[in-house]
Design a protein around this ligand. Structure first.
Ligand SMILES: [Zn+2]
Length: 342
């Protein structure tokens, strides 16, 4: 098993965010990555620092104007004559009919909600989060027959599955799963992205909705009055060429662990019949019973079980660790998951 992470992912440090009617204490904090990094260390597994794979793979998925905003927006924001506060945050979201003139208009164009603030060092972390994911994809492309590329785990921060082609949201900026799926298609024909984060990855769904070469399967909390609120229902099945290649399993809030695994098993059956060449797993620890975001109750041992079931598919697997806000349990939960993979 290979594990990747980059220390620059610790730099992004949101001060606040706006959600559900009020400003809130950030849950997506650098400490999350500190805790996650303890798991491979305690299991005696080296953590590989990714190389720099450049911008192309990012621009293959995301709109160039949006990426420019992520890179340069902060400078423009802080140089404004207006007092805009210390992070890019918007309460206006108008992606269309918006000329994007002035930094506030750009924020209104490229930030889909109040939970993706951009600070001084955010881009550094966003960039290296994408590179961390790319390291696993490139390694698989270059060494497809090597046993230690069969299972790879990327400790990524910030996460990616809520990022749209041209907007940030839900603690996410670049859609790492989409970026590496696109990269893997340079060699492989069929990629499955299996998302078991507590929240539906509407960014991934949107990016591949009309395509069948990337099959998006998500098990998540029902989006009714729960993030991302606008997508994640069972009748969203893809369109055009992609019809039938988007599959959502929204769980009623309060689903217990047994119920969670019933959805997981249904999802795995569908994935198996798709016969993907590679599985990209978006892993969220926010399904954990004591997580502040949880609407279901997966235990620490449940992560072992999830990994074990995934492994039975026998496909090359790249795991992107994304959500998870019960910070003092991240180490234990990740260790449990990794033991299930070994
Ligand atoms: Zn989540």
């Amino acid at each position: 098993m290979k594990v990747y992470s980059h220390k620059k992912q610790l730099l992004h440090h949101p001060k606040t965010y706006f959600s559900r009617g009020q400003m809130r204490e950030p849950q997506e904090k650098p400490e999350r990555l500190h805790e996650l990094l303890k798991a491979p260390k305690e299991l005696g597994i080296d953590v590989i620092t990714p190389d720099d794979y450049g911008m192309q793979a990012i621009l293959d998925v995301h709109d160039a104007g949006y990426v420019d905003f992520l890179i340069n927006g902060y400078k423009e924001w802080t140089e404004s004559k207006e007092d805009l506060g210390e992070e890019i945050q918007t309460t206006v979201y108008v992606p269309y009919n918006n000329a994007g003139i002035g930094i506030m208009a750009k924020a209104a164009k490229y930030q889909a909600d109040g939970s993706a603030p951009i600070g001084r060092n955010s881009w550094e972390s966003i960039y290296w989060s994408a590179q961390t994911a790319l390291a696993a994809a490139v390694n698989l492309l270059e060494n497809p027959d090597s046993l230690d590329t069969r299972v790879q785990v990327c400790l990524t921060r910030p996460a990616g599955h809520h990022a749209r082609k041209s907007s940030a949201g839900g603690f996410c900026y670049l859609n790492n799963a989409a970026i590496i799926a696109e990269k893997l298609l340079q060699k492989y024909k069929k990629i499955c992205i299996f998302d078991t984060d507590m929240h539906h990855g509407q960014g991934i769904q949107e990016i591949f909705y009309q395509r069948r070469d990337v099959f998006y399967v998500s098990v998540h909390g029902s989006p009714i009055d729960f993030y991302p609120v606008v997508a994640g229902h069972a009748d969203e099945v893809g369109a055009d060429e992609g019809k039938g290649y988007n599959l959502n399993f929204p769980m009623p809030h309060g689903t217990d662990e047994e119920g969670f695994f019933e959805y997981i098993d249904k999802a795995l059956t569908e994935i198996e019949s798709y016969e993907p060449d590679v599985i990209v797993h978006v892993l969220g620890f926010d399904v954990y019973v004591n997580d502040p975001q949880a609407k279901c109750s997966v235990t620490t041992n449940g992560f072992y079980e999830l990994a074990r079931r995934l492994k039975t598919l026998g496909k090359p697997l790249i795991v992107l660790v994304e959500g998870g806000y019960c910070i003092d349990k991240l180490n234990e939960n990740l260790q449990s998951f990794m033991k299930g993979l070994i």
